[in-house]
Design a protein around this ligand. Structure first.
Ligand code: HEM
Length: 486
């Protein structure tokens, strides 16, 4: 990547309030100075993050309506950029251009010096502090006070936001990117798993004789039958606004189950009587933790923009890409005929488990158009319609769990690592029956669009665990809220 394009990427990310994109352009020991700061390394990263966020007293992030490269000379790039924001505790509106001098080494910004462009320090002080204070703008004491106040604020931000909860900060970053993508590709749709193959009704029957006592907890405590909704989906986001990827292209396939009329207090407060289970048709997830989403986002952006991938990032993502390749190369005949896995772990009372759903008897599933070349864009919905509606056949699936053994065999973190059946065999604890039905109609599609499935619609006994699951709490809630309000 040229030095100029690194600076452009830096500003484009700033415009999108994508501080992780900005961080990616910075060297680990980057130095930054301007009228308020003289900082380096993590402090610089924290400062950009602060500027990209709503952090009191500032109600909104700093806006960067324009930027321009003025000159490019070897490792030095001169640029200017306009900033619009509310300054200080009094929240005074400021709007001005900054002249920025960047030094780039090994594709990273190692130094950035900002100064006012087209305005003097006095004019800036007038905007930021009002007339009386601006008279003092040239005095060393005034400059010392400004620097001291800025350092204090940055310190506070680092203590309250950055150091306190890196998981939360990364989750916020993933959420911000997801909301942006949702807004562009389908504001009223799920940001991923957007394309549904059908929302069907069914029954979830807890086994009468559970031989393993550890299983008798939460919804599995006593033999019982729950009414359920099951939603089958493709994993990807829309290709563009209103355009879904055809089913004939490789993708992860999702299965989301919602048990109804489940008694007991739930972890999330938005649904009082449901227990959800979400699964995909692969035994492992493609990311080790939520932070992996940031790297993966960078990868996707580079691919979509036709850019060359940073070799270090490419190496880091190699295992992720291998899993995605495996996932998307599976050709399936019918979403009813395949096995699904939770991939991430959950509590089962005082134990930890992963769960899986698999057809009880594969022979009974209808595969329409067995010849892959003759399949339509929506053949997966058509296959479910053929089975449940046209042929009036039910489908029976087994709900299975696998218990945690130890951290090396069955790690709680890193859902890229399989819990093998040799280390922890699956135990059947419930049966799912999806009866023959008509579901391919507008009314059901509307209900499908309105529902929200999340692992956090749960009894505490089945609470999700691990970094990936933790992040899903806020992300699913906010994405569902955004699409419902769109
Ligand atoms: C940090 C990791 C993850 C993120 C950021 C993420 C993000 C999302 C989002 C935004 C939705 C749409 C929610 C809605 O609009 O209601 C969704 C749906 C879904 N996700 Fe995830 N997900 C993650 C991990 C997983 C994992 C590990 C699984 C594995 C089973 C999974 C399976 C599903 C399924 C099946 C759906 C569709 C639910 C439905 O039909 O409504 N996700 N995910």
């Amino acid at each position: 990547m040229s030095n100029e394009s690194i600076v452009k990427k830096f500003f484009t990310s700033y415009q999108l309030h994508d501080y992780l994109g900005m961080h990616n352009c910075l060297d680990q020991n980057v130095k930054f100075s301007d009228f308020a700061f003289d900082i380096s390394g993590d402090e610089v990263k924290a400062m950009w993050r602060w500027f990209c966020m709503r952090y009191p007293p500032r109600e909104l992030p700093i806006e960067v309506p324009a930027f321009e490269i003025i000159k490019s000379e070897g490792e030095v790039i001169l640029a200017k950029y306009r900033v619009v924001y509310l300054y200080g505790d009094d929240q005074r509106p400021v709007d001005y251009w900054i002249r920025a001098r960047f030094v780039i080494k090994n594709d990273k910004i190692v130094e950035q010096k900002d100064s006012f462009k087209d305005i003097s320090s006095i004019e800036f002080a007038k905007m930021a502090f009002g007339f009386p204070a601006s008279i003092l703008a040239y005095t060393p004491l005034f400059q010392w006070i400004v620097k001291k106040a800025a350092a204090k604020k940055l310190n506070q931000f680092m203590t309250e936001v950055v150091l306190k909860d890196p998981q939360a900060a990364i989750t916020d970053a993933v959420l911000a990117n997801s909301l942006k993508e949702q807004e562009h590709k389908g504001p009223n749709l799920r940001q991923v798993h957007s394309k549904s193959h059908g929302l069907v009704s069914g029954k979830f029957i807890v086994e009468e004789y559970l031989s393993d006592e550890r299983c008798k907890v939460g919804v599995f405590a006593t033999p019982k039958e729950y009414k359920i909704w099951v939603r089958f989906s493709n994993g990807s986001s829309p290709k563009a606004l209103g355009i879904f990827k055809p089913d004939t292209e490789g993708d992860a396939r999702g299965m989301a189950i919602k048990l109804k009329n489940v008694e007991g207090n739930k972890v999330a407060s938005d649904e009082e009587d449901t227990q959800d289970f979400t699964l995909i048709n692969h035994h492992v997830f493609f990311l080790p933790d939520v932070a992996g989403y940031i790297d993966f986002g960078e990868f996707r952006k580079a691919m979509e923009g036709g850019e060359k991938l940073d070799p270090v990032l490419a190496q880091k993502l190699a295992p992720t890409l291998a899993i995605l390749k495996e996932m998307s190369s599976k050709v399936i005949g019918n979403p009813l005929s395949i096995q699904y896995w939770s991939t991430t772990p959950y509590k089962l009372g005082s134990n930890f488990i992963k769960f899986s759903v698999k057809p009880h008897d594969l022979e009974t599933v209808t595969i329409t158009n067995p010849d892959p070349d003759s399949r339509s864009q929506n053949y997966l919905r058509e296959a479910i319609v053929s089975h449940l509606t046209n042929e009036r056949k039910e489908i029976v699936l087994d709900f299975l769990v696998q218990f945690f053994v130890d951290e090396s065999k069955t790690p709680i973190e890193n859902p890229m690592k399989e819990w093998t059946q040799e280390d922890s065999p699956f135990i059947k604890i419930a049966t799912i029956i999806i009866p023959a039905q008509e579901f391919d109609n507008d009314e059901r599609k509307q209900l499908d669009a309105s529902l929200s499935f999340t692992p956090w619609h749960t009894l505490p006994e089945h609470q999700p665990v691990g970094s990936v699951n933790l992040a899903r709490r806020k992300i699913y809630q906010e994405i569902a809220k955004a699409r419902r309000e769109a």
